[in-house]
Design a protein around this ligand. Structure first.
Ligand code: NDP
Length: 240
């Protein structure tokens, strides 16, 4: 059955792989992005997937976007909260702005979009919320108190909202990727990246498609008994 799926940050990296995979699974996908119009245009042309620019961390912008998607495509049934950024440094050097923008983009975005779509899912007696967390929210990471807090927060958010959705046909799950071969990870200095890879038992970075596969599984009608879970996909780097 074709359902409307919103993938935030769905035009690049892991999000782009998720958007493609959901489309291939028969969903009507809208991929959002923050500001890289060129990448979004190229993605839309290549895939035929609708793209929409708005800041997922801004409640007012999300409100406008959700209304526009409902008008153009129908109510959102599958919500993938994937938009994320890092602003890494030690606590001593971290500014309040670096804290705020990481919390807003990674965590407050989940609140914004769940708040704006949950009633619709309840009315439809069906919904799938999938929050893209991180290994660094599970294990912690030097230089990432902001990002680790946001990603750990997403896991708590997932477990709490799963309880609210359970009787209404809405599942809420998290996926916690390890190190995936995307621009975000390629920005890590080569020497540091080699040290990371050395700690991954499977001996390589993950591929975005390996995360997308899990999202398609969780979005399916048949996954209705899976809720409040965190699916850890990290090549064995951190076993929970
Ligand atoms: P990328 O940097 O490759 O892509 C990020 C996407 O998010 C882009 O489409 C970007 O839009 C969008 N985005 C950024 N800020 C906002 C915002 N405020 N509102 C809406 N969209 C926004 O990221 P990755 O693919 O590497 O990561 C995707 C998710 O997976 C993130 O949540 C990340 O934290 C998580 N993750 C990634 C890991 C990895 O190894 N890569 C590991 C664990 C978790 P634009 O193109 O306009 O900039």
């Amino acid at each position: 059955m074709e359902r409307v799926a919103l993938v935030t940050g769905g035009t690049r990296g892991i999000g782009a792989a998720i958007s493609r995979a959901l489309k291939a699974a028969g969903h009507r996908v809208v991929a959002s992005y923050a500001g890289n119009d060129a990448a979004a245009r190229a993605f839309a042309e290549e895939t035929g997937i609708a793209v929409l620019r708005f800041d997922a961390g801004d409640y007012g912008a999300c409100e406008v976007a959700v209304a526009e998607i409902a008008k153009e495509h129908g109510p959102i049934a599958v919500l993938v909260n994937n938009a994320g950024i890092t602003r890494d440094t030690t606590l001593a050097r971290m500014t309040r702005e670096m804290w705020d923008v990481v919390i807003a983009t990674n965590l407050t975005s989940c609140f914004n979009l769940c708040k704006l779509t949950f009633e619709g899912m309840r009315a439809a007696k069906f919904g799938r919320v999938i929050n893209i967390s991180s290994i660094n929210g599970q294990a912690g990471q030097y230089g990432q108190v902001n990002y680790s807090a946001a990603k750990a927060g997403m896991i708590g958010f997932t477990k709490a909202l799963a309880q609210e959705g359970a009787r209404h046909g809405i599942t809420v799950n998290a996926v916690a990727p390890g190190y995936i071969d995307t621009e975000m990870v390629r920005a890590v200095p080569a020497e540091a990246l080699q040290k990371v890879i050395a700690k991954i038992p499977v001996g390589r970075l993950g591929q975005a498609e390996e995360i997308a596969r899990a999202v398609v599984f969780l979005a399916a009608e048949e996954a209705g008994f899976v809720t409040g879970a965190t699916l850890t996909i990290n090549g064995g780097q951190y076993m929970t």
